[in-house]
Design a protein around this ligand. Sequence first.
Ligand code: UDP
Length: 570
Amino acid sequence: MRLSENALIVLKSRYLQKDSDGNIIETPEQLIERVAKAIAKADENYSATKEEIEKTTNEFMDVMSELKFLPNTPTLVNAGRPLGQLSACFVLPINDSMDSIFDAVKATALIHKSGGGTGFSFSRLRPKNDIVSSTMGVSSGPVSFMKVFDCATEAIKQGGVRRGANMGILRVDHPDILDFIHCKDKEGEFSNFNISVAITNKFLDALKNDEEYELINPRNKEVVGKLKASFVWDEIAKSAHKSGEPGIIFIDRINEKHPLSKEVGEIESTNPCGEQPLLPFESCNLGSINLGKFVKGKSIDWDNLKKTVFTAVHFLDNVIDVNIYPLKKIEENTKKNRKVGLGVMGFADMLIDLGIPYDSKEAIKLAEDVMCFIQKISKEASSELAKKRGNFPNYKYSIYSKENIPMRNATTTTIAPTGSISMIADASSGIEPIFALAYYKQVLDGKRLPYVYERLFNVLKDRGIYTEKLAERIIDNRGSLKGIEEIPEDIRKLFVTAMDITYKAHIDIQAAFQKYTDNAVSKTINMPNSATVVDVKEAYNYAYKNGLKGITVYRDGSRQEQVLVVAKKE
Ligand code: UDP
């Protein structure tokens, strides 16, 4: 395996097996073999012969060791090991009772320990100061109960595979919505949570007509107040402008686009980074194709990509069978729908290899072409599996049954952030642009060396203009080439960073991927420090108009650390 220095550091710190003294007892090759063998074993359930299983094991090993495809972190860490929990994404329901709240806390602890992330809607909890009939007391409300989850996450983070992450959702029509919107205004509060407001169609209508909308007590469904939609929209945008949170999700759109009918349940939350809406007690395992590995000359190697998608879907479907679930109920629900989330990383790398700037019409077109292809092939692959293994059990409630298309998985595609696996693959993360084209690398004896993004380094070398001084100038320019005149214009145009491009260019790419993704797309919409609250609201409108399921904006400098960034530093 050809691994970068950075990849080795990441693998050693969290992925490679250790003995009880903390000594590493596994090589990266052995890790790949352990994972491939454990996942291929599921084929035994479908009467595969020994030879067939060996062939599948080799296919799985090849795509992983060539860094063409990697499953999400819990699969890499836990497959073939006693914990055996392989999914990154969970959603747990929280009903309006102490039993339910603390059952969810316990399940959360078990999931975090194994490297999974949890999402919850707190919308079913009665508002603060509402009655508690059993004690004649008053309730403390969703935001206060979120603290319990935050503290539990904090307490168990040391022993786990990685620090746990949570998504907290509240519907915009919950009476405590204003408290929720501002609950993370102070840096450090709810540091184990990302939060998002679930925006309803009713709210959007009220916003359009500049009207009030109703606040509903979930305990008895009574209308307990009204708020001006434009006021709440402002509050959300102001808070996001100030601190990067809350995000918003378009909850009715998410349910409208869900391939399963309401009889199966209603989606009320996503996982921590927003890319995976799930039903209560459902989990999903993800995996990502490294697009940077599929450029041949100046074009895309579609045949190879097709083959890899087939292998990846086979892999992800097998994961559902060999997974050891933290709760019986999660196992049952997950196996009814068999959702998997195949996505991509290295999109920015691919663009650069093809000579296409991230903020261009061609980039939008490429995003659509690539994801349309992956979506289509992943459906073919799932359909093939269904012919051999059967449809997913809830098939009859799905859009596929209406068209009589066999399907093994209720969903096949999700665009994950790939925060850690992109480091292992040495790829740009998810569908994000390059964050910084150069930065200082700490080296031994306290000396810092400038490190330049390899593709840029090669071009600068080829043109004979690379010097360490130039690298330092890029670093001083916050990793951007903007305004560095000694770098030729064509290079400056191609190598753009997340901060160089407009929020619209970010949203255009998210929208292009969302168009061909069953689940959702993880993406940060970067804005300059000078962006205004009005800009944030415009971004929300643009996101809705372009079909996004949710959006998170991040204004430069507005928050020191975000939840998953912190997680990775530890
Ligand atoms: N996740 C988590 N803790 C982390 C990072 C990720 O719980 O520190 C979960 C979370 O549900 C997130 C999902 O894993 O949405 C996928 O994140 P990512 O793609 O960054 O994970 P990777 O597989 O690269 O580790």
